[in-house]
Write a protein that binds this ligand. Sequence first.
Ligand code: SF4
Length: 239
Amino acid sequence: MVKITINGRQVEAKENAKVLEVCRTNNFIIETVCAHESVSPYGNCRMCVVEITTKDGKNRVVPSCISKVEEGLDVKTNSEKVIAERKLSIQKLMARAPKSEVIKELAKKYGVDSTPLPLEDHQNCVLCSLCTRVCAEVVGVNAISKINRSTDPGALPYTVNFDACIACGSCAEICPTGAISLEDKDDTRTMAWPYQKHDFKMTKCKTCSRFYAPTKQLEYISGKSGQPMEFFAKCIDDR
Ligand code: SF4
């Protein structure tokens, strides 16, 4: 364990723990866009910046999600330098997703009303990569990637491989701005990512006749778990 100070309060932290994680465990609120406890940190949105001073006096502003604690570290989560840097981060996010209500709300909170940066507008995508990380690290499918990613307006921020995608919806669930959506209607799940859309067939429960899950997702789970597909002929409630 190491001892660090956050906003004047001394706390203990596990060696090599990330500063963001330790701040949150100790109830210091830091808003983030690209961080999520289910996936590896990325350090992209830079909303989680904090000011740190090491034991030997080195002072800098760093993204807390990728910075490790060390003995004697002094952390400030809301200093003037931190707020100034977060405002710049918000301007970058505003340029990437000028119509996003989530980003507009964040900007309002920090008193940022415009951005000097050229607008990119990827249909609310802020390029945080939470979708690619959840798909690769949690689902284990790697169906969404940065291949062909471009910052040009109208270009694909991420490319979805529809053959690989199992329509599980995890990317829609984790997307911080609602740029990815899904809709279930009758026997079809429609998934929409910025500039891309695809329909997936759903499986009908033999007992209650409800279309309860995408067939590709059930096939994937069947392959992973070794349960035969007949097992998935009924929904969870009717098994
Ligand atoms: S819906 Fe497709 S792209 Fe999204 S997490 Fe699931 S498998 Fe990956």
